[in-house]
Design a binder for this molecule. Structure first.
Ligand code: NAD
Length: 322
């Protein structure tokens, strides 16, 4: 099978590429805006791995690069939901138009299968309850979430208009090695700069499901191989949740930082557009036969252990072990 992975040099995309390359030929298409060449360096030179540095907004290059592939995994996007406040056209371009370009490039190249990285942010701020895939209306409260809804809509319309098939995965918060953003990464960075004080966005009560990146990739591959509707939509996460204060305490403990003063910025959410309380109904994936191997707390703890050495290097590792 020949796979085309947009955003394949990113956090999740590079883990997905690692798995796909085991059983097929993989082309990673990435502009390295938030992804890193080092995440895929270990595959460079392998005969079944190709890297193209390119932008999804360069349609000619995208369409040319996509020739002769069979499945497109579309993960490239602006990964930071906070940026929409400062640049209101960012998610419009990097989600909606970028996704249109991917679909149109697929259409002209007669590629019929698309797997898409969507997000739980599409549901918006709802009464706190586990949200199933059929919850509606979906009314996101961030431009990032709006870009994901628009992308889902375009994917569905292309599938029905041009005999394509799609697998849309609405991710929980994904954590693990190679992370380049998110609360764990943020806390580790802050404590590395100042081991005495930790700024926590909001009041620390924000509570969401965290999914380990290895489970995320497993879920994508399992869900897309075991469902065959024209448009398949799945929540990809876990039932349990972890709150931000607990994450802060776990990071402090793992870094061996000693006494740390928590400085809350206040309010019930981290930033404008943040949904502070999220619960996922993952029954649809369970019915299919898949569930995450780690709970939310376990995923957080594992990811902390994986990200610390990446961020602060061997020094902290030695301190932990001594
Ligand atoms: P990431 O930033 O590590 O990956 C995105 C990749 O896309 C990067 O390698 C970046 O360089 C590339 N990219 C961005 N714009 C591009 C463009 N115009 N052309 C070509 N390449 C471009 O982020 P991630 O966390 O791995 O996220 C992957 C996908 O999963 C994204 O679509 C994101 O919205 C979605 N998602 C992530 C999470 C999470 O918790 N990390 C949660 C929900 C959804």
């Amino acid at each position: 099978m020949r796979y085309f992975v947009t955003g394949g040099a990113g956090f999740i995309g590079s883990h997905l590429a690692d798995r796909l390359v085991e059983g097929g030929e993989v082309t990673v298409y990435d502009n390295l805006s938030s992804g890193k060449a080092e995440f895929i360096l270990h595959h460079i030179g392998e005969p079944n791995f190709h890297f193209i540095e390119g932008d999804l907004l360069d349609w000619q290059k995208l369409a040319e690069s996509m020739k002769n592939h069979e499945v497109v995994f579309h993960l490239a996007a602006n990964p930071d939901a906070r940026l929409g406040i400062e640049r209101t056209d960012l998610d419009l371009k990097q989600e909606t138009i970028a996704t249109y370009n991917v679909l149109e490039a697929m259409r002209v190249n007669h590629i019929e299968k698309m797997v898409f990285a969507s997000s739980g942010t599409i549901y918006g701020e709802t009464p706190v309850m586990p949200l199933a895939e059929n919850y509606g209306p979906v009314l996101p409260i961030s431009l990032y979430g709006a870009g994901k809804v628009a992308s889902e809509a375009l994917i569905s319309a292309f599938c029905h208009s041009f005999h394509m098939r799609s697998w849309i995965f609405r991710f929980a918060n994904i954590v693990g090695p190679r992370a380049t953003h998110g609360v764990i990464y943020d806390f580790i960075h802050k404590l590395n700069q100042n081991p005495n004080e930790l700024e926590i966005l909001g009041d620390g009560t924000q509570e969401k499901p965290y999914l380990w990146v290895g489970d995320c990739v497993d879920g994508i591959l399992f869900g897309s191989s075991n469902s065959d509707q024209r448009v398949n939509v799945f929540n990809l996460g876990c039932e349990s949740t972890t709150d931000v204060k607990t994450i802060a305490e776990l990071v402090v403990g793992a870094m061996g930082s000693g006494e740390v003063r928590f400085k809350y910025t206040g309010g019930d959410r981290g930033w404008t557009g943040d949904v502070p309380q999220v619960r996922f109904d993952v029954g649809k994936m369970k019915t299919l036969g898949w569930k995450a191997t780690l709970t939310s707390d376990q995923a957080v703890e594992r990811a902390i252990g994986e990200i610390i050495p990446e961020v602060v290097g061997e020094k902290v590792l030695c301190k932990q072990l001594s």
